[in-house]
Design a protein around this ligand. Structure first.
Ligand SMILES: Nc1ncnc2c1ncn2[C@@H]1O[C@H](COP(=O)(O)OP(=O)(O)O)[C@@H](O)[C@H]1O
Ligand SMILES: [Mg+2]
Length: 330
C-alpha cells in the first residue's frame, strides 16, 4: 500500500496533468516507486504526457467489470520505477459513478504496490472528483494565479468541505437533511458561513459531530500555483488562503509556485517529460520543490467518512458551484 496523492483542480487547463506526470517522474528519480493513475474520466490524457501509447486497457475495465484489479492494469512508462494505470474517456465530466464502483476503485487504489500513488482527477467539483480527492486529507489542488481559476479553486474547496461534513453523518440522518437545507435555502451573501454552520451542526451532533469537526480540521489541501507570472500572483494566492480559513475553516499549504515556462508545451508536443529532459527548466524546478515537500511530509490516514449512495442532490451541487458570493470582489 502506497501513499495516495489525489490531484485535482477547480478548472481545466491549469497544467494538472503535466504537473502530475512530472511529479511522478521526479519522485521516481529519487528512488521511489510511483504509480500514476489516470482518473480523469472525461479527458484522460496522462499517457500522452508520458509518451505512452494508448493501447492498454484502462480504468474503464474496472468500471465495466471486465477487470477486477487495478494492479492488473499497471503498465510501464519506459522510466525506471514509474508506472501508469491508463485512463479511459468514459463519462462526460458531470456524470457520477455508482457509489459501489467508486468504493471499489478506492479500495483498489489503496492496494496498489508502490511508494506513491498519484491520481490525476478530472477538473471541477463533481462528486466523482471530490470523493476521490477526499481519499487523503492533504490532496493536491492545482491552480493558476488568475481570478477565474482561484474562484474555481475556492468553489472546489467549499464543495469538498460540504461533502466531508455530509459524509461524516449517516445516511438518512437529521444532520444530512440540515446540510441540504442549508445549501438550498441559504440566501447568497447572507447568514452563516460554512464554518459557522458546521460548528452549530456539530454542536448538536454528539460524537459524530465532534468527529466531523476533527476531520474538517485535519483537511489540509496542498496547493500548487502553476503558470505564475511574478510577484503580483502572491496577493491572489494569499486571498485564497485567507478566505478558505475564514469561511471554510480550511488551512492550506502552498507546496510550490511554478513559473510559466514555454518549454512545457514543447515537451508535451515531444511526448517527453521536462523534469527528465531539462531538470534545470523553471517548470522542472517547481516540480522538484513540490516533490521535496511531499517526500518530507508524513503519511496521513484517510478521513473516516461514510460511503453510501446518498448524494447531496444535483441541485445542491449546482448551488455550491455557483455560489462565489463570499469571495472578495475584485
Ligand atoms: N508552467 C507552465 N507553463 C506553460 N505552459 C504550461 C505550464 N503548465 C502547463 N502548461 C500547458 O498547459 C496546457 C494544459 O496542461 P494540462 O496538464 O493538460 O492541464 P489540465 O490537466 O489541468 O487540464 C498544456 O498545453 C501545457 O503544456
Ligand atoms: Mg488533465
Amino acid at each position: 500500500m502506497g501513499i495516495l496523492i489525489p490531484v485535482a483542480s477547480g478548472k481545466g487547463g491549469v497544467g494538472k496533468t503535466v504537473f502530475t506526470a512530472n511529479l511522478g517522474a521526479r519522485l521516481a528519480q529519487t528512488g521511489k516507486t510511483v504509480v500514476l493513475v489516470d482518473l480523469d474520466l472525461g479527458g484522460a490524457n496522462l499517457h500522452t504526457c508520458l509518451g505512452v501509447r494508448n493501447r492498454y486497457p484502462g480504468v474503464g475495465s474496472i468500471v465495466w467489470k471486465k477487470e477486477k484489479s487495478l494492479e492488473a492494469l499497471v503498465v510501464p512508462t519506459g522510466m525506471d520505477r514509474l508506472f501508469l494505470v491508463p485512463g479511459d474517456n468514459l463519462l462526460p465530466g458531470t456524470a457520477n459513478l455508482e457509489f459501489f464502483t467508486k468504493r471499489r476503485i478506492i479500495k483498489e487504489l489503496l492496494e496498489l504496490t508502490a511508494d506513491y500513488v498519484l491520481v490525476d482527477l478530472g477538473a471541477g467539483a463533481s462528486y466523482n472528483v471530490i470523493d476521490f480527492w477526499l481519499m487523503a486529507p492533504d490532496g493536491l489542488l492545482v491552480t493558476v494565479p488568475e481570478i477565474p481559476a482561484i474562484l474555481n479553486a475556492y468553489s472546489f474547496l467549499k464543495t469538498a468541505a460540504f461533502r466531508l461534513l455530509f459524509r461524516s453523518f449517516t445516511k438518512g440522518s437529521d444532520e444530512r437533511a440540515r446540510i441540504v437545507d442549508f445549501v438550498v435555502n441559504r440566501v447568497e451573501g447572507q447568514g452563516d458561513t460554512f464554518l459557522r454552520f458546521a460548528e452549530r451542526l456539530a454542536d448538536g451532533g454528539g460524537e459524530r459531530g465532534a468527529k466531523a469537526m476533527a476531520e474538517l480540521a485535519r483537511l489540509r489541501p496542498r496547493v500548487v500555483v502553476n503558470m505564475g507570472l511574478g510577484e503580483s500572483d502572491m496577493a491572489i494566492a494569499q486571498r485564497l488562503r485567507e478566505i478558505s480559513a475564514r469561511n471554510l475553516g480550511i488551512g492550506m499549504e502552498y507546496i510550490s509556485y511554478i513559473m510559466r515556462d514555454e518549454l512545457v508545451s514543447q515537451s508535451v508536443a515531444e511526448r517527453a517529460l521536462l523534469s527528465v529532459a531539462r531538470p534545470d527548466a523553471a517548470f522542472a524546478r517547481g516540480v522538484s520543490a513540490a516533490a521535496e515537500r511531499i517526500l518530507r511530509a508524513p503519511a496521513a490516514s484517510a478521513p473516516g467518512l461514510e460511503m453510501d449512495d446518498e448524494d447531496l442532490s444535483a441541485a445542491v451541487e449546482l448551488a455550491l458551484q455557483e455560489s462565489i458570493e463570499d469571495m472578495p470582489r475584485y
